[in-house]
Design a protein around this ligand. Structure first.
Ligand code: APR
Length: 318
């Protein structure tokens, strides 16, 4: 259990986060920061606090409009930013189209964290994921273990669900890794996908797997198209909680993490989804997984897509 977890942005994802941090007892104190009037973050916290006697949890929740509520947090989860939303004409924006708006928000978030919790471990969820984590790094310059993004746990969960359904087995039996950027170029790594330790190809034909991988890459847009009001929020929150839980309980859990690469996979200075070990020290290790030639090519293409969005960040920040 941590001393304090701070959540920035108390909308759909942030709302699930503070609720679940409390229920799962990940920290003794929870702080929520959101700019919404009149006192949105404090109201969300009061609502959950008033439920704690019912679930028998002694955790203090504090919300506010100022970043100072984050003071003393050991872990911060950043969800501040607009989500994707289906347009009136039925089209769905890419995550990259959120960049301009969310970059401005992220600059403020970075300053708020630096001022109030400069030593905290930070997990970021706002989109476009890889470019927003890159922006936080540019502004905050923390060590590699203390800042990373959540995308791969969610993308892999989607891949696992689709595989489990097609194979007719429990989601518990399916292990999967989705690597690369959190966009349409993400790489579901078939050679790492296992059902109870056996290759997925033993259970599902290649053409069916192809369809599952395509659906995985577009799974976020599928939900955006169906909701109409915004983007997926329960599964992204649960994915971030999986990471936060590994930190809070020093579990040394291996999972896909959007990590700053410093030479691994031949990449330097970009945040890309790769397997890592999460524990009390944050991102304690990046793992270089063996890929087939075509998976390596797909990962290289995905890295180039991340590089081009980060070049836009560099241009916008000047
Ligand atoms: N500081 C703190 N909170 C902010 C700031 C800021 N500078 N700017 C905006 N917010 C808040 C909004 O007031 C809103 O309550 O961030 C919250 C975002 O919540 P939602 O709009 O419900 O979005 P959500 O679905 O939670 O997604 C958040 O995560 O997955 C990504 O694409 C998604 O970028 C989006 C982010």
């Amino acid at each position: 259990m941590l001393k304090k977890i701070g959540v920035v942005g108390g909308g759909n994802i942030g709302g699930v986060l503070i609720q679940e941090i409390t229920r799962r007892k990940l920290a003794r104190e929870v702080a929520l920061m959101d700019i919404l009037p009149p006192d949105f973050a404090a109201g969300k916290c009061l609502d959950i606090s008033e439920g704690t006697p019912i679930i028998g949890v002694d955790i203090t929740l504090t919300g506010g409009k100022d970043y100072d509520v984050l003071a003393g947090a050991d872990l911060i989860i950043n969800t501040a930013g607009v989500p994707r939303k289906k347009r009136p004409d039925g089209t769905i924006p890419t995550r990259e189209e959120l960049l301009k708006t969310n970059l401005a928000i992220t600059s403020k978030v970075a300053a708020g964290i630096m001022e109030n919790a400069p030593e905290a471990i930070v997990i970021s969820i706002a989109n476009p994921l890889d470019a927003i984590v890159y922006t936080l790094h540019k502004k905050m310059n923390p060590s590699k273990n203390r800042l990373f993004g959540m995308a791969g746990v969610l993308d892999s969960a989607r891949y696992r669900l689709f595989v489990a359904r097609a194979a007719g087995v429990s989601v518990d039996n399916v292990e999967a890794l989705v690597l690369g950027g959190h966009g349409d170029t993400m790489v579901p790594v078939r050679s790492c996908c296992r059902i109870a330790g056996m290759s997925v190809e033993k259970f599902i034909a290649a053409d069916e797997l192809e369809k599952i991988e395509t659906r995985t890459r577009k799974a976020g847009a599928e939900v955006v198209g169906m909701l109409g009001t915004g983007s997926a929020f329960v599964s992204p929150a649960w994915a971030a909680l999986e990471m936060a839980g590994a930190v809070a309980y020093d579990r040394k859990k291996v999972m896909p993490v959007c990590a700053r690469l410093e030479g691994e996979y031949g990449v330097d200075g970009l945040f890309v989804g790769v397997p890592g070990v999460l524990g009390a020290g944050g991102l304690e290790k990046v793992i270089e997984v063996d890929l087939t030639a075509s998976e390596k090519e797909a990962l290289d293409r995905s890295v180039e897509a991340v590089r081009s969005t980060c070049a836009e960040v560099d241009a916008m920040l000047g």
